[in-house]
Design a protein around this ligand. Structure first.
Ligand code: ATP
Ligand code: MG
Length: 272
């Protein structure tokens, strides 16, 4: 599905967010990305959904070099890739149905989009997408009246309405409590299995990544630190991943290490 060869992204001529990265992801694969803050995870996803082009290197999507696409060809490829964000980017005052159907905006004409705002078209599609995430009863509710977890489900339903081949989920569970977080991660994994979609997920929780994903990639300083089956990720890999990350001050670095250690050292299968 993706082949990245020597991909670099340099912001403002000096900030190296991705550093000669090589990566292959097969169609239908489920991959978790973990790594310290500033490792380049979001930058990588923004490149994978063709929001930003690489500074150098080659990005191949489904056999096609998409490193520097423009115009109609860029829009066509973007339509095949759905993204779920930590901040769901929903319009809070609109009913749920409109937010779900906004997933179709990439393939609708402006006229269709305007008409749908007055009277939702493709209502069945919205109902189906909401049913897939277990909240079909919320179709006409105002989006802002839903809980954080329900709003994240609306965002996933919007992505499903787009019907992409690839799902990129960037910290999709950072704003919900741990029990809901596991539920949303499992939901995305199930959807990926049922509808044969490739799934890549950025996660701050090492626990969730190791418990649910067959393949886990550790990203650090814009490079792949490890790329392993979850069962082969050791304490040493995690220590190397989270030590000496990109931080402004020495105090911040110490705090980061402590936070990440407490996040994963409580797992029974990881403690030595
Ligand atoms: N638009 C931008 N302009 C300048 N620098 C940027 C931009 N986007 C990202 N960066 C820088 O690139 C580096 C990687 O950032 P990125 O957001 O990809 O990290 P991340 O791994 O997603 O971090 P987090 O876990 O905190 O979300 C950081 O140093 C960041 O400051
Ligand atoms: Mg990020």
């Amino acid at each position: 599905m993706y082949q990245l060869s020597h991909i670099s992204k340099i912001f403002d001529g000096r900030i190296v967010a991705l550093d000669a990265l090589n990566l292959k992801v097969r169609r239908g694969e489920k991959v978790a990305l973990i790594g310290p803050s500033g490792a380049g995870k979001t930058t990588l996803f923004r490149m994978l959904n063709l929001t930003i082009p690489p500074t150098s290197g080659t990005l191949v999507f489904d056999g096609q070099d998409v490193s520097h696409l423009h115009g109609r060809r860029l829009r066509e490829v973007r339509r095949r890739i759905g993204t779920v964000y930590q901040q769901h980017n929903l319009v809070p005052r609109l009913p749920v149905v409109h937010n779900v159907l906004s997933g179709k905006l990439g393939s609708w004409s402006i006229w269709q989009a305007m008409c749908s705002l007055i009277r939702p078209t493709e209502l069945n599609l919205a109902c189906e997408a909401l049913a897939q995430v277990g909240i079909s009863d919320k179709l006409y509710e105002r989006t802002e009246s839903l809980s954080g977890g329900q709003q994240q489900r609306v965002a996933i339903a919007r992505m499903l309405a787009q019907n992409p081949e690839v799902i990129l989920a960037d910290e999709p569970v950072s704003s919900v409590d741990p029990a809901l977080a596991a539920g949303i991660v499992k939901l995305l994994l199930d959807l990926s299995t049922t509808y044969l979609k490739t799934l890549l997920m950025n996660l701050h929780s090492v626990d969730l990544a190791l418990a649910h994903f067959p393949r886990v990639i550790g990203l650090k300083d814009g490079k792949v630190s490890f790329d392993l089956p979850a069962a082969e990720v050791t304490d040493e890999h995690l220590t190397a991943l989270y030590s000496g990350g990109r931080t402004e001050t020495i105090e911040e670095e110490a705090l980061n290490r402590a936070e990440h250690r407490s996040a994963w050292s409580c797992q029974p299968h990881l403690t030595s």
